[in-house]
Write a protein that binds this ligand. Sequence first.
Ligand code: IPD
Length: 268
Amino acid sequence: MHVAQTVAREAGELVRAGREGEVSVAGTKSSAQDVVTAMDLASEALLRRRLAELRPDDGLLGEEGSLTPGSSGVWWVVDPIDGTVNYLYGLPAYAVSVAAVRSPVGTSPDPATWTVLAGCVLAPKDGRVFLAGLGQGATLDGRTLQVNEPQPLIGCLVGTGFGYVAARRRNQARVVAGLLPQVRDIRRIGSAALDLCTLASGGLDLYYERGLQPWDLAAGSLVAQEAGAVVTGLRGHRAGEAMTVAGPPGRVEELVAYLEASDADQDS
Ligand code: IPD
């Protein structure tokens, strides 16, 4: 946890200071909407350099292309800016996400098989630090986190997010349109790591999203889980790209049932 927090703080300071200058788009990825800024690349370079110094035997998987196996069986899974579109527009909901995971020998980090050992999600704009260690609970700035008690679905504030590719968005729009009349309201914060941490700290009752990548999910899923959430996929699968659903036991099952019946794990 200490290493995760140390490097997340350093990257967070770089990213926060960088927002005071001009933010430049360095390229696009899955679609024209899916941007990468120069600061995403700089933050990942910092994380790569510092983790190599502090944990030279571990592997690294990062959103901006890092994929370096190590010899220890532990991998660092990092998102140098989760919420890049918010960062580009000057909106505060962006984060640096750093997790240590154990993966089966010879495999790279995969939510279907990994064990997340530790995670830190740091929100540079206001300095909030979410931390979790496997079996050690989750904290926000040192305060222990606990998810909300299960509410009837109609009383739930539900977070979600959307992919960047039109075929996926079409189905996501259909699914959220069916859910909206059944819940208190919907939030689209724009950073999956912060969605999961917001759930952990009681700012959301439920969360689901299709399309999360390992770096979006790793640290935040441990924070949510250690705060008492179930973090799962659909149809008996673990949370991952097909679908991630999180919430308190006793309520998450109802959302899972709706998402399965709606084929929310498909694209149009
Ligand atoms: C994105 C954010 C967003 C989610 C997208 C992710 P990025 O990550 O987490 O909330 O809806 O699916 O790709 O691209 O800003 O690191």
